[in-house]
Design a binder for this molecule. Structure first.
Ligand code: HEM
Length: 500
């Protein structure tokens, strides 16, 4: 029976008991769970074409009619949508996004400098703004911006609808989907939720796309990725307006929570592991110092920071049980027949927290990546590992990983360079307020639960540099601000008049 809560922990507990390849039943659905790099490589990577489907799912289909890049079934239409995304999300295009990524990162530092208590919101705003700027040429200057709040509401609603087992009655008894909504509302609540979510998609995804179309028609293209699709690939690949809208929408959905998850995890872990923080800052001081802000190329000379980025993905993989794949035909594996249409989970938490493979897996210890290439114990055969396991597998592997990697590099370096993170103190007793780094949210994406911490600039020189770079970034920001809503324009003007 599929677990209703803490899915990633339960799947991993079962992996310790039943091994790295076991099966489950959820109503009529057959599920297999892969919990080692070997099983992922052999089953998902090496059988890419026959494991590239997504499970047939009534709920997502109600919302996007099969046009979601993330949830869509493996079909000729899906292949064209994926081809479009590969055409726009190349390593070279990720490189071109660096100036806005860097500018947004300076806003993150500036926000943390002036209002450190709202660190959760600042990180979330950053992730939303980067993806909106890159896709639609329009940034999100504040957490309360229409795009940000709509997107966060939409992600929240989707998470609760699409989580395996979240709509158990219809998963267990598929005939329920044929009941009309009105008289059976009490047993078909998902129908209304699907309609609401669809409306949110309509407003945000298609509203943002309309703005790109308007700019093209007025001859004012900003060169953003959705404009590239409208100007070139829509015609070249014969995509409908609905498909283009959902390409943008699913890139937003795929990119925001995942990038947020890793950076929030870093801010939670640094006060808990002061020795890691100290070591990283010593290394950064040697390479960068306090007289300039880190540049992306500095990462080459900072192997310990590289190790921190890898360890963040291992300690808290943002999608701890991946996104389920499904088999397209019967497959034989380890002497068993995995039938056509079987759901396949890539249990990333189980892989990365396996004590046979990783020394003290529940400890945040970046040094493991300096000792062996994939951070595994020295005597473990790591030939099945690759650097990109947290990005999924086979033909469905995350197409946003180049942008994600450059965003992580810029922000992890900047956050380590800029601030000291320590546990907050109780104002009455003066004692430290504990943070439990094992407490995470319980959904598709993994987030730290809310926690308090103190975030202080490491020196006055650094605080001055943050201010200076935020002012310098205005030239980059303004390229993405033409279409801002009136309240956002006023907010930006207010912040800037205080700056200068
Ligand atoms: C640290 C950041 C990220 C992580 C850890 C991550 C992880 C993943 C994972 C595990 C999957 C499922 C792959 C599979 O089914 O095997 C996925 C899919 C996807 N990701 Fe990401 N992702 C990240 C950032 C991004 C970004 C920045 C974007 C967009 C710009 C993005 C867009 C997508 C899309 C569209 C899919 C669906 C692909 C498909 O089904 O063909 N992701 N991601």
């Amino acid at each position: 029976m599929f677990p209703a809560q803490s899915i990633y922990l339960k799947l991993s507990e079962w992996a310790r008991e039943y091994g790295d390849f076991y099966s489950l039943k959820m109503g009529p659905e057959k599920i297999i769970v892969l919990s080692s790099a070997k099983a992922v490589k052999e089953f998902l990577d090496m059988r890419g074409p026959s494991t590239a489907d997504r499970p047939s799912a009534h709920i997502p289909d109600q919302v996007h009619k099969g046009d979601s890049l993330v949830w869509g079934r493996y079909s000729e239409r899906w292949k064209l949508m994926r081809k479009t995304v590969h055409a726009i999300l190349t390593p070279a295009s990720a490189e071109k996004t660096c100036s806005i990524q860097f500018a947004e990162s300076t806003q993150l530092l500036h926000d943390l400098l002036h209002n450190p208590k709202l660190h959760f919101q600042h990180v979330r705003r950053l992730s939303a703004s980067v993806i909106f700027s890159v896709l639609y040429g329009k940034r999100v200057p504040r957490y309360e911006s229409y795009e940000a709040t709509s997107m966060f509401n939409l992600l929240h609603a989707g998470e609760h609808l699409f989580l395996p087992g979240a709509q158990l009655p219809v998963d267990m008894f598929p005939f329920l989907k044929y009941l009309p909504e009105g008289p059976f509302i009490a047993i078909t609540p998902w129908k209304k939720k699907c309609k609401d979510l669809k409306e949110m998609h309509q407003n945000l995804f298609f509203g943002s796309l309309e703005q790109c179309k308007g700019r093209i028609e007025r001859g004012e293209s900003a060169g953003c990725l959705m404009e590239q699709i409208l100007e070139r690939y829509q015609k070249e690949f014969g995509l409908t307006w609905h498909e283009v809208g959902y390409i943008g929408g699913t890139l937003l959905e795929g990119g925001i929570d995942t990038s947020t998850s890793i950076l929030q995890m870093l801010i939670m872990l640094l006060p808990c592991y002061p020795e890691v923080q100290q070591k990283a800052q010593e290394k950064i001081d040697r390479v960068v110092g306090h007289d300039r802000i880190p540049q992306r190329d500095d990462i080459k000379n900072l192997p310990y920071v590289q190790a921190i980025i890898k360890e963040l993905g291992r300690f808290g993989p943002p999608l701890p049980f991946g996104v389920p794949h499904a088999t397209i035909q019967d497959e034989e594996y380890r002497g068993y027949i995995v039938p056509k249409g079987c759901t396949v989970f890539q249990n990333q938490w189980g892989i990365f927290h396996d004590p046979e493979t990783f020394e003290n897996p529940d400890q945040f210890w970046p040094d493991r990546y300096l000792l062996t290439k994939y951070g595994t114990k020295p005597d473990v055969d790591d030939s099945f590992f690759r650097d990109t396991i947290m990005f999924g597998a086979g033909r469905r592997i995350c197409p946003g990983m180049h942008i994600a990697n450059s965003s992580l590099t810029i922000n992890v370096m900047n956050l380590l360079w800029a601030f000291t993170y320590s546990k907050a103190k109780d104002p009455l007793t003066g004692s430290e307020i504990p943070i439990d780094p094992t407490k995470m949210s319980d959904g598709f994406a993994l987030f730290p639960l809310p926690f308090e911490c103190s975030i202080q600039p490491r020196s006055q020189k650094i605080a001055d540099l943050i201010h200076k770079h935020f002012v310098d970034a205005i030239d980059v920001f303004t390229q993405y601000e033409d279409a801002l809503q009136q309240e956002d324009k006023e907010y930006v003007a207010r912040v800037r008049s205080d700056l200068i």
